[in-house]
Design a protein around this ligand. Sequence first.
Ligand code: GDP
Ligand code: MG
Length: 282
Amino acid sequence: DISHTFALAGNPNAGKTTLFNHLTGARQHVGNYPGITVERKEGYVLENGQRIKLVDLPGTYSLTAYSAEELVARDFLVNEKPGVVINIVDASNLERNLYLTAQFLELGVPLVIALNMVDVAKSRGITINTEKLSELLGVPVVPIIARTGIGTKELLATACQVAAGENSWQPLTISYGEDLDATIMQLVAEIERHSFLTERYPARFTAIKYLENDEQLIVLGRDESPTVAAALEAEVNKVSQHLQKTLSVFPEAIIADHRYGYLKSVLRNGVITQTFDSDRLY
Ligand code: GDP
Ligand code: MG
């Protein structure tokens, strides 16, 4: 009798497998996702008499359908709707790891951040204000050291609280600048008129993915309605050509820049303190 499914997600090398093994011990099962070679790892955790299924998702840097791993991770989230996504983040490489976090927030999934490798960060003189980070991102942040298990009990308890809660998990809205924001609004208006485009993802998420040239969503749109798809693609092409002509960039580059800009502004807000420069130690 399983009470919840929790997904473990994060960049490659953030410590997912280490945390997964620590939490599940020998209670795990390894297989493949149907038709592809991406590994599917599941295990079980007992917490307060509840049996929780834990799924170790493939490591990804993004949630756009650029690779089989990203597709598996994204499809799992929308199809199996885990009670919580535990997003494991490398504290010693915070800004880069939070790029994926920003996309979970834009997707609006229930999220807990496992701030891993705080030992590595500390040895480099990096201190992270977890309360501040949690406040600014609007999700719980629990510092852990997956290698030793420090903090993992608190992490599980927090994840259970989130899974049991009635939070609405409003998707995060990031501004992508004047040109793209206007296009996103037009795309959203069109997307919201068609249920086949809104049943999987929030309308704004789909609009952004269209601008990021997300093959899965583009093909899905064409399969469902060539006319609707053509209208969306025309809108995307218009802004894409404009950006290429005026700035010599594609929309996906502008989107990445603004996501990093959002994260930089969060981290500059007293989240990170560098107490010494580790380079001077060597
Ligand atoms: P995955 O790619 O996300 O599954 O990452 P792994 O679990 O394989 O971890 C990558 C490396 O980081 C391994 O060598 C782990 O032993 C190490 N590691 C994981 N968590 C920690 C931690 O909290 N502290 C330290 N110092 N190393 C860790
Ligand atoms: Mg792994």
